[in-house]
Design a protein around this ligand. Structure first.
Ligand SMILES: [Zn+2]
Length: 321
C-alpha cells in the first residue's frame, strides 16, 4: 500500500484517541506518489485547504470513488489537479464534475482537467454542474464561455469542449439556480444521483450537493454559513458530510456571513443526524483554533469529527438496515 494512502473506517462516536491518532498520522504523511482509494464507495480529499497557499493543503477538491474508479469530482481548486494525478484518478472514468461555486479556490483548475483529458481516450460527454450567476459572478454557462468559448474565451483553443467538435468530447452544462433554496435533483448517471440546493455564502451564488451512491448518502457543503435550513433537510441521515471549516468560533461578522462557525456546524450535523463529519477547507485562522473548535463541536454533535488532510480516503461501508 502506498505510504500516502489512508483509509478511515471510524464510525460515528469513535474513540477520541482514534480521531486524534488519525489526525496526527495523516498530518505526517508525505504528499507524493500515487494514493489509490479502495473500497466499494469512498470519498477522497484532493484539497483540504482554502484560498491561501499551503504546502500540505491544496484548495478545495474531492473525489467519489466507486469500485476503484473515480466517478465524481467536486470542485477544482488550485493544487487539486496534481493531487488528482497522485490519486491515480482518470478523467475518462468521471461521470460528472460538480462545482459548488466559482471562487478561485474551487474552480480555477477546471481548464487543466479538460486539457488533460485531450490526451486520454474519453469520447462520451461529461456533465458539468455549477451555479447560476448574479451581478458579481457569472453563471456556469457564462463562466465556461469566458474560459473556453470560441472567439473571446481565454483558452479558446479548447472551445471544442463546448461544442463537442474538433475531436473533443462535449461538456454538458447543468447550470443550477443558486437562488433556489429548495433541493432539486440535477443529474442521474450510472452510479450517481446528484441533488443540489442553493446555500448562503455571502453574496456568492453557491450550491451544496447530496450525492447518492449505491445506498450511501454523501453531502458536500461547499462554502456556506449554514443559514439555509433546507440544506440540513436535504442531507438528513447522510453517511458523510464534508463541511467547510474555514472560521473559528470568534469569526467576525463578515467571515460569518461566508462560513459556518463551529457551533453552527455542530447544530447542522446533529440535527441532520450526519453519521460522519469531515471538516475541510481548513485555513490558518481555523487551523490555529482547531482544538477549541473540535471541543465546541463536541458539545452539540454526538459523533467525533475528522479533520481532512489531502489525499485522505474515507471509505463508506453500506449501512446495515
Ligand atoms: Zn472556498
Amino acid at each position: 500500500m502506498p505510504q500516502s494512502n489512508l483509509s478511515i473506517c471510524a464510525v460515528r462516536r469513535p474513540g477520541h484517541f482514534l480521531s486524534w491518532l488519525l489526525l496526527i498520522v495523516s498530518a505526517t504523511l508525505p504528499i507524493s506518489g500515487e494514493a489509490v482509494c479502495t473500497g466499494q464507495v469512498s470519498v477522497q480529499v484532493l484539497g483540504s485547504g482554502g484560498p491561501i497557499a499551503n504546502p500540505r493543503r491544496a484548495s478545495s477538491g474531492y473525489l467519489i470513488w466507486v469500485d476503484g474508479k473515480a466517478r465524481l469530482l467536486v470542485d477544482a481548486g488550485g493544487g487539486t489537479f496534481a493531487r488528482f494525478g497522485s490519486a491515480g484518478a482518470s478523467i475518462a472514468d468521471l461521470e460528472a464534475i460538480a462545482l459548488t461555486h466559482l471562487h478561485v479556490d474551487h474552480a480555477v483548475e477546471l481548464p487543466a482537467y479538460l486539457k488533460s483529458a485531450w490526451f486520454g481516450d474519453r469520447q462520451q460527454a461529461l456533465p458539468l454542474i455549477g451555479p447560476s450567476g448574479n451581478l458579481e459572478f457569472p453563471g456556469l454557462t457564462e463562466f465556461m464561455q469566458q474560459l473556453i468559448g470560441p472567439g473571446q474565451g481565454a483558452f479558446r483553443y479548447l472551445s471544442g469542449y463546448l461544442s463537442g467538435t474538433k475531436g473533443y468530447f462535449k461538456t454538458t452544462l447543468y447550470e443550477t439556480d443558486a437562488d433556489n433554496r429548495k433541493a432539486v435533483k440535477v443529474l442521474e448517471t450510472k452510479h450517481l444521483v446528484v441533488s443540489a440546493v442553493g446555500v448562503v455564502h455571502g453574496p456568492v451564488p453557491a450550491l451544496a450537493y447530496l450525492v447518492e451512491v449505491d445506498g450511501r448518502r454523501i453531502a458536500f457543503s461547499g462554502d456556506q454559513n449554514g443559514d439555509n435550513p433546507q440544506f440540513g433537510k436535504m442531507i438528513a441521515d447522510a453517511d458523510l458530510l464534508v463541511m467547510d471549516h474555514a472560521v473559528g468560533e470568534n469569526a467576525d461578522k463578515v467571515a460569518a456571513k461566508l462560513h459556518a462557525r463551529p457551533t453552527e456546524i455542530a447544530q447542522l450535523a446533529e440535527q441532520a443526524n450526519v453519521r460522519r463529519l469531515l471538516l475541510s477547507h481548513i485555513m490558518p485562522r481555523s487551523e490555529s483554533v482547531l482544538e477549541e473548535s473540535l471541543a465546541q463541536i463536541g458539545k452539540t454533535y454526538g459523533g467525533k469529527p475528522t479533520v481532512a488532510e489531502d489525499l485522505m480516503c474515507v471509505e463508506l461501508p453500506l449501512r446495515k438496515p
